[in-house]
Write a protein that binds this ligand. Structure first.
Ligand SMILES: C[S@@+](CC[C@H](N)C(=O)[O-])C[C@H]1O[C@@H](n2cnc3c(N)ncnc32)[C@H](O)[C@@H]1O
Length: 398
Protein backbone atom coordinates (compact mmCIF):
# COMPACT_ATOMS: atom_id res chain seq x y z
CA UNK A 1 0.00 0.00 0.00
CA UNK A 2 1.41 3.39 -0.97
CA UNK A 3 1.15 5.83 1.86
CA UNK A 4 2.83 9.21 2.17
CA UNK A 5 3.35 8.77 5.91
CA UNK A 6 5.60 5.75 5.37
CA UNK A 7 7.81 7.50 2.81
CA UNK A 8 11.46 7.04 3.56
CA UNK A 9 13.34 10.34 3.52
CA UNK A 10 15.74 10.40 0.55
CA UNK A 11 18.91 12.35 0.98
CA UNK A 12 21.39 11.28 -1.70
CA UNK A 13 21.35 12.01 -5.39
CA UNK A 14 23.10 10.96 -8.60
CA UNK A 15 22.88 13.70 -11.22
CA UNK A 16 23.03 12.51 -14.82
CA UNK A 17 23.36 15.09 -17.63
CA UNK A 18 24.23 17.41 -14.77
CA UNK A 19 25.08 20.52 -16.86
CA UNK A 20 25.98 23.22 -14.33
CA UNK A 21 24.07 21.45 -11.57
CA UNK A 22 20.81 23.42 -11.40
CA UNK A 23 18.91 20.37 -10.21
CA UNK A 24 21.62 19.35 -7.80
CA UNK A 25 22.06 22.84 -6.33
CA UNK A 26 18.31 23.12 -5.74
CA UNK A 27 18.17 19.66 -4.23
CA UNK A 28 21.15 20.44 -2.01
CA UNK A 29 19.25 23.47 -0.68
CA UNK A 30 16.49 21.04 0.25
CA UNK A 31 18.90 18.78 2.11
CA UNK A 32 20.32 16.37 -0.47
CA UNK A 33 23.92 15.43 -1.08
CA UNK A 34 25.19 14.54 -4.54
CA UNK A 35 27.13 11.27 -4.68
CA UNK A 36 27.78 11.28 -8.42
CA UNK A 37 27.60 13.79 -11.24
CA UNK A 38 27.72 12.75 -14.87
CA UNK A 39 28.43 15.37 -17.52
CA UNK A 40 30.69 15.21 -20.55
CA UNK A 41 30.93 18.80 -21.88
CA UNK A 42 34.14 20.42 -20.66
CA UNK A 43 32.83 23.90 -19.80
CA UNK A 44 30.04 22.33 -17.73
CA UNK A 45 32.53 19.99 -16.11
CA UNK A 46 34.68 22.99 -15.15
CA UNK A 47 31.69 24.53 -13.36
CA UNK A 48 30.77 21.27 -11.61
CA UNK A 49 34.35 20.64 -10.45
CA UNK A 50 34.48 24.10 -8.95
CA UNK A 51 31.00 24.18 -7.42
CA UNK A 52 30.83 20.54 -6.24
CA UNK A 53 34.54 19.85 -5.58
CA UNK A 54 33.97 16.75 -3.45
CA UNK A 55 31.56 14.95 -5.74
CA UNK A 56 32.90 12.31 -8.17
CA UNK A 57 32.38 13.50 -11.74
CA UNK A 58 31.93 10.99 -14.55
CA UNK A 59 32.18 12.03 -18.24
CA UNK A 60 30.22 10.29 -20.96
CA UNK A 61 27.03 8.56 -19.80
CA UNK A 62 27.58 5.94 -22.48
CA UNK A 63 30.48 4.53 -20.42
CA UNK A 64 28.77 4.74 -17.05
CA UNK A 65 28.40 1.12 -15.93
CA UNK A 66 26.22 1.52 -12.82
CA UNK A 67 24.61 4.01 -10.55
CA UNK A 68 25.58 4.39 -6.91
CA UNK A 69 23.02 3.35 -4.33
CA UNK A 70 21.18 6.68 -4.00
CA UNK A 71 17.69 7.88 -3.14
CA UNK A 72 17.19 10.06 -6.18
CA UNK A 73 18.50 9.87 -9.75
CA UNK A 74 18.08 13.04 -11.80
CA UNK A 75 18.28 13.29 -15.58
CA UNK A 76 17.72 16.63 -17.31
CA UNK A 77 18.65 14.94 -20.58
CA UNK A 78 19.56 16.98 -23.71
CA UNK A 79 16.63 18.83 -25.27
CA UNK A 80 18.48 19.48 -28.53
CA UNK A 81 16.21 17.19 -30.54
CA UNK A 82 13.03 18.15 -28.72
CA UNK A 83 12.96 21.92 -28.37
CA UNK A 84 11.57 24.33 -30.93
CA UNK A 85 14.97 26.02 -31.04
CA UNK A 86 16.69 22.69 -31.71
CA UNK A 87 16.76 20.10 -34.44
CA UNK A 88 13.44 18.40 -33.50
CA UNK A 89 14.72 14.96 -34.56
CA UNK A 90 12.79 13.62 -31.58
CA UNK A 91 13.40 11.32 -28.66
CA UNK A 92 15.55 8.95 -30.72
CA UNK A 93 17.74 11.77 -32.04
CA UNK A 94 21.47 11.61 -31.40
CA UNK A 95 21.46 13.85 -28.32
CA UNK A 96 18.01 13.39 -26.73
CA UNK A 97 18.20 9.65 -27.44
CA UNK A 98 20.94 9.41 -24.81
CA UNK A 99 18.12 9.14 -22.27
CA UNK A 100 17.99 5.44 -23.15
CA UNK A 101 21.14 5.05 -21.01
CA UNK A 102 19.16 6.24 -18.00
CA UNK A 103 16.74 3.34 -18.47
CA UNK A 104 19.58 0.86 -18.99
CA UNK A 105 21.14 2.02 -15.74
CA UNK A 106 17.80 1.92 -13.90
CA UNK A 107 17.30 -1.72 -14.84
CA UNK A 108 20.08 -2.55 -12.37
CA UNK A 109 19.42 0.12 -9.73
CA UNK A 110 16.83 0.80 -7.05
CA UNK A 111 16.59 4.53 -6.37
CA UNK A 112 13.48 5.59 -4.49
CA UNK A 113 12.83 8.34 -6.99
CA UNK A 114 13.79 9.27 -10.54
CA UNK A 115 13.44 12.85 -11.75
CA UNK A 116 13.41 13.87 -15.41
CA UNK A 117 13.23 17.43 -16.70
CA UNK A 118 12.75 18.70 -20.23
CA UNK A 119 11.14 21.25 -22.52
CA UNK A 120 7.41 21.78 -22.98
CA UNK A 121 7.67 20.95 -26.66
CA UNK A 122 8.31 17.33 -25.65
CA UNK A 123 4.56 17.03 -24.94
CA UNK A 124 3.57 17.75 -28.52
CA UNK A 125 6.53 16.91 -30.76
CA UNK A 126 5.87 13.93 -33.06
CA UNK A 127 2.38 13.73 -31.58
CA UNK A 128 3.77 12.97 -28.16
CA UNK A 129 6.21 10.19 -29.12
CA UNK A 130 8.83 11.34 -26.62
CA UNK A 131 6.41 11.22 -23.71
CA UNK A 132 5.08 7.86 -24.80
CA UNK A 133 8.62 6.52 -24.89
CA UNK A 134 9.45 7.84 -21.41
CA UNK A 135 6.32 6.57 -19.69
CA UNK A 136 6.47 3.22 -21.46
CA UNK A 137 10.06 2.75 -20.31
CA UNK A 138 9.08 3.60 -16.72
CA UNK A 139 6.09 1.29 -16.87
CA UNK A 140 8.22 -1.53 -18.32
CA UNK A 141 10.55 -1.18 -15.33
CA UNK A 142 7.65 -1.25 -12.88
CA UNK A 143 7.60 2.46 -12.05
CA UNK A 144 4.60 4.60 -11.30
CA UNK A 145 5.09 8.06 -12.89
CA UNK A 146 3.70 11.58 -12.77
CA UNK A 147 4.62 14.74 -14.59
CA UNK A 148 3.69 18.38 -14.39
CA UNK A 149 4.46 21.44 -16.49
CA UNK A 150 5.74 24.19 -14.21
CA UNK A 151 6.63 27.83 -14.82
CA UNK A 152 9.83 29.06 -13.13
CA UNK A 153 8.08 32.30 -12.18
CA UNK A 154 6.39 30.41 -9.34
CA UNK A 155 9.78 30.45 -7.59
CA UNK A 156 9.82 34.27 -7.68
CA UNK A 157 12.26 34.75 -10.57
CA UNK A 158 11.03 36.97 -13.40
CA UNK A 159 11.67 34.42 -16.14
CA UNK A 160 8.76 32.72 -17.92
CA UNK A 161 10.13 29.22 -18.35
CA UNK A 162 7.81 26.28 -18.76
CA UNK A 163 9.39 22.90 -18.22
CA UNK A 164 8.10 19.36 -17.76
CA UNK A 165 9.13 17.81 -14.47
CA UNK A 166 8.60 14.06 -14.30
CA UNK A 167 8.92 12.01 -11.13
CA UNK A 168 8.80 8.20 -11.03
CA UNK A 169 9.09 5.58 -8.32
CA UNK A 170 8.70 1.83 -7.95
CA UNK A 171 7.80 2.06 -4.29
CA UNK A 172 6.18 5.44 -3.72
CA UNK A 173 3.43 7.57 -5.14
CA UNK A 174 4.82 10.41 -7.29
CA UNK A 175 1.56 12.33 -6.87
CA UNK A 176 2.63 13.02 -3.29
CA UNK A 177 5.57 14.98 -4.71
CA UNK A 178 4.17 16.70 -7.79
CA UNK A 179 0.54 17.27 -6.87
CA UNK A 180 0.74 18.19 -3.20
CA UNK A 181 0.81 21.94 -4.00
CA UNK A 182 -1.18 24.21 -6.27
CA UNK A 183 -1.27 27.98 -5.90
CA UNK A 184 -2.76 28.66 -9.33
CA UNK A 185 -1.54 31.14 -11.90
CA UNK A 186 -1.73 34.74 -10.64
CA UNK A 187 -3.59 37.50 -12.45
CA UNK A 188 -2.13 40.60 -14.10
CA UNK A 189 -1.97 42.44 -10.76
CA UNK A 190 1.00 40.18 -9.90
CA UNK A 191 3.15 41.98 -12.49
CA UNK A 192 4.39 45.52 -12.96
CA UNK A 193 4.05 47.30 -16.29
CA UNK A 194 7.41 49.07 -16.38
CA UNK A 195 9.48 46.44 -18.27
CA UNK A 196 8.84 43.69 -20.79
CA UNK A 197 11.05 40.90 -22.11
CA UNK A 198 11.15 39.73 -25.72
CA UNK A 199 13.32 37.81 -28.16
CA UNK A 200 14.96 40.18 -30.64
CA UNK A 201 16.03 37.10 -32.65
CA UNK A 202 12.35 36.46 -33.38
CA UNK A 203 9.78 38.94 -34.66
CA UNK A 204 8.32 36.97 -37.55
CA UNK A 205 5.99 34.46 -35.98
CA UNK A 206 6.34 35.35 -32.32
CA UNK A 207 8.04 37.70 -29.91
CA UNK A 208 8.47 35.69 -26.74
CA UNK A 209 6.68 38.65 -25.16
CA UNK A 210 6.63 38.63 -21.36
CA UNK A 211 5.36 41.32 -18.98
CA UNK A 212 7.65 42.01 -16.02
CA UNK A 213 9.71 38.95 -16.95
CA UNK A 214 12.16 37.69 -19.51
CA UNK A 215 11.10 34.92 -21.85
CA UNK A 216 12.86 31.55 -21.43
CA UNK A 217 16.62 31.79 -21.38
CA UNK A 218 17.71 29.27 -24.00
CA UNK A 219 20.75 27.14 -24.72
CA UNK A 220 20.32 27.89 -28.44
CA UNK A 221 18.27 30.26 -30.61
CA UNK A 222 16.70 30.35 -34.02
CA UNK A 223 19.97 31.97 -35.15
CA UNK A 224 21.80 28.85 -33.94
CA UNK A 225 23.75 30.58 -31.19
CA UNK A 226 22.64 31.17 -27.63
CA UNK A 227 21.76 34.81 -27.36
CA UNK A 228 20.17 36.75 -24.54
CA UNK A 229 16.62 38.01 -24.82
CA UNK A 230 16.16 41.78 -24.65
CA UNK A 231 14.03 43.96 -22.44
CA UNK A 232 12.08 47.10 -23.09
CA UNK A 233 12.29 49.49 -20.16
CA UNK A 234 9.22 51.58 -20.83
CA UNK A 235 10.24 54.84 -19.18
CA UNK A 236 13.97 54.77 -19.90
CA UNK A 237 15.48 57.45 -22.16
CA UNK A 238 16.03 56.56 -25.82
CA UNK A 239 19.27 54.61 -26.15
CA UNK A 240 18.69 52.90 -22.77
CA UNK A 241 15.20 51.56 -23.37
CA UNK A 242 16.03 48.45 -25.45
CA UNK A 243 18.80 46.54 -23.71
CA UNK A 244 20.12 43.04 -23.14
CA UNK A 245 20.86 41.88 -19.59
CA UNK A 246 24.26 40.96 -18.27
CA UNK A 247 25.14 37.28 -18.01
CA UNK A 248 25.30 37.50 -14.22
CA UNK A 249 21.68 38.67 -14.23
CA UNK A 250 20.78 35.63 -16.33
CA UNK A 251 22.45 33.44 -13.72
CA UNK A 252 20.35 34.94 -10.96
CA UNK A 253 17.21 34.74 -13.15
CA UNK A 254 17.87 31.00 -13.14
CA UNK A 255 18.27 31.03 -9.35
CA UNK A 256 22.06 30.66 -9.27
CA UNK A 257 24.41 32.99 -7.42
CA UNK A 258 25.97 35.53 -9.81
CA UNK A 259 29.11 34.20 -11.50
CA UNK A 260 28.18 30.56 -10.90
CA UNK A 261 29.46 29.77 -14.41
CA UNK A 262 32.67 31.84 -14.13
CA UNK A 263 34.82 28.64 -14.13
CA UNK A 264 33.69 28.14 -17.76
CA UNK A 265 35.10 31.53 -18.78
CA UNK A 266 38.37 29.87 -19.81
CA UNK A 267 36.47 28.10 -22.60
CA UNK A 268 36.21 31.24 -24.66
CA UNK A 269 33.29 33.22 -25.91
CA UNK A 270 30.57 34.33 -23.55
CA UNK A 271 28.14 32.32 -25.72
CA UNK A 272 29.34 29.22 -23.89
CA UNK A 273 28.26 30.60 -20.52
CA UNK A 274 24.90 31.74 -21.94
CA UNK A 275 24.38 28.24 -23.25
CA UNK A 276 25.19 26.66 -19.89
CA UNK A 277 22.78 28.99 -18.11
CA UNK A 278 20.06 28.54 -20.73
CA UNK A 279 20.31 24.74 -20.47
CA UNK A 280 19.94 24.65 -16.71
CA UNK A 281 17.03 23.82 -14.47
CA UNK A 282 15.91 26.85 -12.44
CA UNK A 283 17.35 26.27 -8.99
CA UNK A 284 14.15 27.24 -7.15
CA UNK A 285 12.16 24.66 -9.12
CA UNK A 286 14.60 21.95 -8.02
CA UNK A 287 14.45 23.23 -4.44
CA UNK A 288 10.65 22.97 -4.36
CA UNK A 289 10.91 19.48 -5.82
CA UNK A 290 13.57 18.53 -3.27
CA UNK A 291 11.39 19.75 -0.42
CA UNK A 292 8.55 17.53 -1.64
CA UNK A 293 10.82 14.54 -2.25
CA UNK A 294 11.95 14.79 1.36
CA UNK A 295 8.51 15.56 2.72
CA UNK A 296 5.82 14.28 0.39
CA UNK A 297 2.34 15.68 1.00
CA UNK A 298 -1.17 14.55 0.27
CA UNK A 299 -2.16 15.03 -3.36
CA UNK A 300 -4.67 17.83 -3.41
CA UNK A 301 -8.07 17.34 -4.85
CA UNK A 302 -7.68 18.18 -8.53
CA UNK A 303 -9.91 17.25 -11.41
CA UNK A 304 -8.62 14.02 -12.99
CA UNK A 305 -9.77 12.17 -16.07
CA UNK A 306 -8.81 8.89 -17.68
CA UNK A 307 -6.09 9.48 -20.26
CA UNK A 308 -6.45 6.97 -23.08
CA UNK A 309 -3.24 5.80 -24.76
CA UNK A 310 -2.55 7.84 -27.87
CA UNK A 311 -4.41 10.95 -26.64
CA UNK A 312 -2.70 14.36 -26.56
CA UNK A 313 -0.48 14.69 -23.51
CA UNK A 314 -2.00 17.20 -21.10
CA UNK A 315 0.09 19.59 -19.02
CA UNK A 316 -0.03 17.22 -16.04
CA UNK A 317 -0.72 13.50 -15.69
CA UNK A 318 0.15 10.38 -13.75
CA UNK A 319 -0.15 6.67 -14.24
CA UNK A 320 1.31 3.20 -14.21
CA UNK A 321 1.17 0.11 -16.38
CA UNK A 322 -2.57 -0.26 -15.63
CA UNK A 323 -4.05 3.19 -16.09
CA UNK A 324 -3.18 6.78 -17.03
CA UNK A 325 -4.87 9.91 -15.72
CA UNK A 326 -4.74 13.55 -16.77
CA UNK A 327 -4.64 16.05 -13.93
CA UNK A 328 -5.87 19.62 -13.91
CA UNK A 329 -2.85 21.13 -12.12
CA UNK A 330 -1.64 24.69 -12.72
CA UNK A 331 1.93 25.59 -13.65
CA UNK A 332 2.23 27.35 -10.30
CA UNK A 333 2.52 24.85 -7.42
CA UNK A 334 3.46 27.74 -5.15
CA UNK A 335 3.61 31.53 -5.42
CA UNK A 336 6.88 32.58 -3.88
CA UNK A 337 7.52 36.33 -3.42
CA UNK A 338 8.08 37.81 -6.88
CA UNK A 339 11.23 39.70 -7.74
CA UNK A 340 10.18 42.15 -10.46
CA UNK A 341 12.19 42.37 -13.66
CA UNK A 342 13.65 45.79 -12.89
CA UNK A 343 14.69 44.53 -9.46
CA UNK A 344 16.51 41.64 -11.12
CA UNK A 345 18.32 43.25 -14.02
CA UNK A 346 21.09 45.73 -13.33
CA UNK A 347 20.39 48.44 -15.90
CA UNK A 348 23.84 49.93 -15.37
CA UNK A 349 25.35 46.68 -16.68
CA UNK A 350 22.74 46.08 -19.40
CA UNK A 351 23.94 46.79 -22.93
CA UNK A 352 21.83 48.61 -25.55
CA UNK A 353 20.77 46.23 -28.31
CA UNK A 354 23.11 46.78 -31.28
CA UNK A 355 22.03 48.68 -34.39
CA UNK A 356 22.25 45.53 -36.49
CA UNK A 357 20.15 43.46 -34.11
CA UNK A 358 17.58 46.22 -33.61
CA UNK A 359 17.27 47.01 -37.31
CA UNK A 360 16.90 43.32 -38.17
CA UNK A 361 14.29 42.84 -35.48
CA UNK A 362 12.35 45.95 -36.47
CA UNK A 363 12.38 44.89 -40.13
CA UNK A 364 10.91 41.50 -39.21
CA UNK A 365 8.37 43.07 -36.90
CA UNK A 366 7.15 45.48 -39.59
CA UNK A 367 6.46 42.79 -42.17
CA UNK A 368 5.00 40.34 -39.65
CA UNK A 369 1.33 39.97 -38.81
CA UNK A 370 2.11 40.09 -35.11
CA UNK A 371 0.05 42.28 -32.85
CA UNK A 372 2.15 44.31 -30.48
CA UNK A 373 1.98 47.40 -28.34
CA UNK A 374 2.30 50.48 -30.55
CA UNK A 375 4.56 52.26 -28.08
CA UNK A 376 6.84 49.22 -28.08
CA UNK A 377 7.18 49.40 -31.89
CA UNK A 378 7.95 53.11 -31.58
CA UNK A 379 10.56 52.48 -28.88
CA UNK A 380 12.30 49.90 -31.09
CA UNK A 381 12.28 52.29 -34.05
CA UNK A 382 13.66 55.15 -31.94
CA UNK A 383 16.31 52.87 -30.53
CA UNK A 384 17.46 51.88 -34.05
CA UNK A 385 17.66 55.57 -35.03
CA UNK A 386 19.56 56.43 -31.88
CA UNK A 387 22.00 53.55 -32.37
CA UNK A 388 22.67 54.83 -35.92
CA UNK A 389 23.45 58.32 -34.59
CA UNK A 390 26.83 59.62 -33.35
CA UNK A 391 25.41 59.56 -29.80
CA UNK A 392 25.72 55.77 -29.81
CA UNK A 393 29.46 55.78 -30.36
CA UNK A 394 30.30 55.85 -26.67
CA UNK A 395 27.94 52.97 -25.90
CA UNK A 396 29.50 49.74 -24.58
CA UNK A 397 29.16 46.74 -26.89
CA UNK A 398 28.91 43.08 -26.23
C1 LIG B 1 19.69 20.11 -20.66
S1 LIG B 1 21.32 19.98 -20.13
C2 LIG B 1 21.17 19.62 -18.43
C3 LIG B 1 21.20 20.80 -17.56
C4 LIG B 1 21.25 20.52 -16.09
N1 LIG B 1 20.08 19.82 -15.62
C5 LIG B 1 21.46 21.81 -15.32
O1 LIG B 1 20.66 22.18 -14.48
O2 LIG B 1 22.43 22.50 -15.60
C6 LIG B 1 21.86 18.43 -20.78
C7 LIG B 1 23.30 18.13 -20.47
O3 LIG B 1 23.63 16.81 -20.95
C8 LIG B 1 25.00 16.82 -21.28
N2 LIG B 1 25.34 15.65 -22.11
C9 LIG B 1 25.13 15.51 -23.44
N3 LIG B 1 25.62 14.33 -23.84
C10 LIG B 1 26.14 13.70 -22.75
C11 LIG B 1 26.80 12.46 -22.55
N4 LIG B 1 27.01 11.62 -23.56
N5 LIG B 1 27.19 12.14 -21.31
C12 LIG B 1 26.97 13.00 -20.27
N6 LIG B 1 26.39 14.21 -20.41
C13 LIG B 1 25.97 14.55 -21.64
C14 LIG B 1 25.14 18.14 -22.02
O4 LIG B 1 26.50 18.55 -22.09
C15 LIG B 1 24.27 19.06 -21.17
O5 LIG B 1 25.03 19.75 -20.21
Amino acid sequence: MLDSTTVQRPSTVAGLFAGIGGLELGLSRAGFEAELLCEWWEPAQAVLKHQFPDVPLHGDIQDLKHLPDVDVVTAGFPCTDLSQAGRTAGIHGEASGLVKHLFELLAEASPTWVVIENVRNMLVLDRGTAMEYLVTEFERLGYRWAYRLVDSRFTGVPQRRQRVIMVASRTHDPRTVLFADDAGEPGVEHYRDDAYGFYWTEGRTGLGWAQDALPTLKGGSSLGIPSPPALWVRDAPTGRAIVTPDLTDAETLQGFPANWTAPAQAFGRSGTRWKLVGNAVTVGVAQWLGKRLRTPGSPIDMVCGILPKGDRWPTAAWGDADQRWSVDASMWPERQPYRHLLESVDLAKAVPLSLRATAGFYGRLEVSRLRYDESFGLAVKRHAEWMASPMAEAVPRR
